[in-house]
Design a protein around this ligand. Structure first.
Ligand code: DQA
Length: 136
């Protein structure tokens, strides 16, 4: 299957950013592992720190991919625009989080995206992406 992984703000800092929460490997390094472990899928990757760019990426991916794995990072908790896009597009979106957003600060417990996501996987570290791919 053709799968696009979209990561939002600050996930370009994985490996350096709060390693006790997000681990100590970069997403680029981890992506190579994912590609090896899931060679039956065609994996593409996009990361942006900008809300509108994430909206564009979701719109452009629509119908060109079988699934989208979306970690909108902080925009999960704030972005009506990204939630509207997830609702508008036909390609199913699986919401992914590295940390368990329900066991952290109160403001992380609200996801604008979850109501429109096909499924949500959170709290398994980077393995959350593995689990999302395993489910396909
Ligand atoms: C995150 C959780 C968000 O609350 C946070 O803003 C992130 C990463 C996660 O993958 O655990 O940047 O989406």
């Amino acid at each position: 299957m053709k799968v696009l992984i979209i990561n939002g703000p600050n996930l370009n800092l994985l490996g350096k950013r709060e390693p006790e929460i997000y681990g100590n490997i970069s997403f680029e390094g981890y992506l190579e592992e994912l590609k090896t472990n899931f060679e039956q899928h065609q994996l593409s990757y996009y990361q942006s720190n900008h809300e509108g760019d994430l909206v564009d990426a979701l719109q452009n991916a629509d119908k060109n991919f079988d699934y989208i794995l979306l970690n909108a990072a902080a925009y999960t908790h704030t972005s009506v625009a990204i939630a509207d896009t997830v609702s508008a597009i036909k390609t199913p979106v699986i919401e992914v989080h590295i940390s368990n957003i329900y066991s952290r600060e109160e403001f992380r417990r609200k996801s604008f995206i979850s109501p429109y996501a096909k499924a949500v996987i959170a709290g398994f570290g980077l393995k959350s992406y593995d689990l999302a791919l395993l489910s396909l």
